[in-house]
Write a protein that binds this ligand. Structure first.
Ligand code: COA
Length: 172
């Protein structure tokens, strides 16, 4: 598996994934975004662009994004991810999340990385736990999607819990 920052040529596929319920899965919020909307979103600073998850043969199987959630006393760095249905359950997301956490702690002066997941999303929780994230709590009725308010578990990993890169190499 490789992670590579999104390029303009990925836009049609990314827009398709962004709007497709099968790719979003049962638990992600649903938004409809036109290709133009998504193009604008991708004009954000480089550090916030999603990464495409590719297999070794170059096929594109999903994405992993990182973004800042504003807080009055600081910024929280959060990640989110999705894979196309026929590539799930093969370990790709666990590898992508480990790689992303290495990248974030190696390249940014942050104390923690967090993720939110629907309490029913067992696959996502396993991915996070295998990467060393700890369940920190539940946000009750925190987002509205598909006609209802939903809860989210918050998971976090601190820099001192991560300690050292698991996949990437620290080049000195
Ligand atoms: C969540 C998701 C990204 C996980 O990716 P993945 O590549 O399938 O994850 P992995 O193959 O690394 O599997 C992680 C673990 O979850 C388990 N798992 C996979 N699907 C599962 C399911 N439906 N129910 C329970 N466990 C499941 C795997 O067996 C594996 O467990 P193990 O490590 O003990 O063997 C993927 O299912 C997905 O894209 N879902 C839709 C979008 C989504 O929910 N994104 C996350 C929002 S927070």
């Amino acid at each position: 598996m490789n992670l590579r920052i999104i390029e303009k040529e990925d836009l049609p596929l990314f827009a398709e994934w962004f709007n497709k319920l099968e790719v979003l899965g049962e638990y992600n919020p649903v938004h409809q975004g036109s290709r133009t909307d998504i193009e604008k979103m991708l004009e954000s600073p480089n550090e916030l662009k999603p990464f495409i998850i590719e297999k070794k043969d170059g096929s594109k199987i999903g994405f992993i994004a990182h973004f800042y959630v504003l807080h009055v006393a600081g910024r929280q760095l959060e990640i989110g991810y999705s894979l196309v249905p026929n590539e799930r359950g093969k370990g790709y997301c666990s590898e992508a999340v480990k790689t992303m956490v290495d990248y974030l702690f190696l390249s940014k002066d942050v104390t923690r990385v967090q993720a939110q997941t629907d309490p029913r999303n067992v696959a996502s929780q396993k991915v996070l736990e295998k990467t060393g994230f700890r369940k920190e709590g539940i946000l009750r009725k925190t987002f509205f999607t598909r006609g209802e308010w939903r809860d989210a578990f918050v998971y976090g990993i601190l820099r001192e819990e991560w300690r050292e890169p698991k996949i990437l190499t620290k080049i000195t």
